[in-house]
Write a protein that binds this ligand. Structure first.
Ligand SMILES: Cc1ncc(COP(=O)(O)O)c(C=O)c1O
Length: 401
């Protein structure tokens, strides 16, 4: 592939797999003044602990300025790795600090895992639908992506087993807690059976857990890696509990893989900014998150409730949605005759935006679905925005009737 007709550069085959993020294109459309957007995937900025960060930055620059500004180890800042290992231990995943690889956001974890585990043409299983950023991280490695059908609780075990039998899959990428985009969560029985079945058929799992701490009433059941540490790679992130601009996440992998991930990490960016790692460790070392995260949970829960109530009030019959028990998103299914992508421009005209569900499917997109984020709009905006969306859906239903 030529960069263009006059350029001497020839692009690698994988570059053809790097497509503009559909969501970024959509966000441009929705970032017009006066539009209430449920489209973004951003945490609420009011939750960022600005003062704690300011103080921690000052302490790091006072106590260890040169070390904080110097090149550092690719594995990550040792005290932060110890903190992560201890925290995972509290959640039932027993790991040593030397198994924790600090990454530049969990997005980098997805990229590193893709580089280490995917050959061109090999099969990777993903949920249907799944996190778009993972599809983007995997695609340049040229896998065959297979979507595993699910229900309100996550992927179906029989569908996973059938997909794994049909192809020698490298791994199954999963979001057990408050999934992006659907907000759905796997219950205890589903987790136990899924991990047992995957182990029985020799299917490795990649568990991505950026939202697990954002539960509303009860913490979710034990994660997947804790049930079979040898068969699961785990990705964690500080983006949703502190701030995404820090670009701080981590990978915990079985030892056989961890060494390769570290080599891939070195090649990618040498290390995640040491300054950020030290500042975050300084913020969280004394139990800060135990005080801070409950405030995020309470805020997001109230916003979820406002959106559920508004949907009840304004959506016409035939529209269905779930009730997420945590996280940032909920998932709407319109009547089958409607296409959410075609509805979007009309919604924006009426001052409300969402993300159509289709791009979240690796194959067989469900055109009548859409994702709503409830965390960046306040209750009044949620009411106004959902009323507008309800009106758009009503008109569209009359059009197809
Ligand atoms: C499911 C999922 N995984 C990973 C990421 C990437 O997060 P980060 O790189 O900020 O840790 C996101 C961000 O929205 C996400 O929703």
């Amino acid at each position: 592939m030529k960069a263009d007709n006059t350029s001497p550069f020839r692009m690698a085959r994988r570059a053809a797999q790097m497509n503009p993020s559909v969501i970024r294109e959509i966000l441009k459309l929705t970032e017009q003044p006066g539009v209430i957007s449920f489209a973004g995937g951003l945490p609420a900025p009011e939750t960022f602990p600005v003062e704690a960060m300011r103080e921690a930055c000052a302490r790091v620059l006072r106590d260890a300025p040169q070390a904080a500004l110097q090149y550092a180890a690719s594995e990550g800042y040792a005290p932060l790795r110890e903190w992560v290992a201890a925290d995972l231990g509290r959640h039932g995943l027993r790991v040593d600090a030397d198994q924790v690889l600090v990454t530049t956001g969990s997005q980098q974890g997805l990229d590193l895992v893709a580089k280490v585990l995917i050959d061109a043409g090999s099969t990777v299983l993903v949920e249907a639908p799944t996190y778009l950023g993972a599809l983007q991280a995997f695609a340049p490695m040229e896998p065959r992506l297979v979507g595993v059908a699910g229900d309100g609780e996550g992927p179906r075990i029989d569908a996973m087993a059938a997909a794994a039998r049909a192809a020698d899959a490298r791994f199954f990428y999963l979001l057990p807690n408050f999934q992006n985009p659907t907000g759905r969560s796997m219950g205890e029985a589903r987790r136990a059976e899924l991990v047992a079945q995957a182990e029985a058929i020799g299917l490795p799992l990649l568990e991505d857990n950026p939202y697990g701490e954002l539960w509303f009433d009860d913490p979710p059941p034990t994660g997947l890696a804790a049930r079979n540490p040898d068969g699961v790679i785990y990705l964690g992130s500080f983006s949703k509990v502190l701030a995404p601009g820090l670009r701080l996440g981590y990978v915990v992998a079985p030892r056989a893989i961890a060494g390769k991930l570290l080599q891939a990490k070195q090649a990618a960016d040498l290390h995640t900014p040491g300054f950020n790692q030290r500042v975050v460790h300084e913020v969280i070392r004394d139990g800060f998150l135990d005080r801070h995260v409950p405030t995020i949970r309470a805020r997001y829960k109230a916003q979820r409730d406002a959106m559920l109530a508004a949907l009840d009030r304004h959506m016409p019959p035939g529209v269905r949605w779930n009730k997420p028990a945590g996280g940032m998103f909920l998932w709407v299914e319109l009547p089958a005759a409607l296409d959410a992508t075609r509805l979007l421009p009309r919604a924006v005209e009426r001052g409300v935006a969402f993300v159509p569900g289709a791009p979240f499917f690796a194959e067989g997109p469900q055109a009548n679905t859409l994702r709503l984020s409830y965390v960046t709009a306040n209750a009044a905006q949620i009411e106004t925005g959902i009323a507008a969306l309800g009106a758009v859906v009503r008109v569209a239903l009359e059009d197809v009737a």
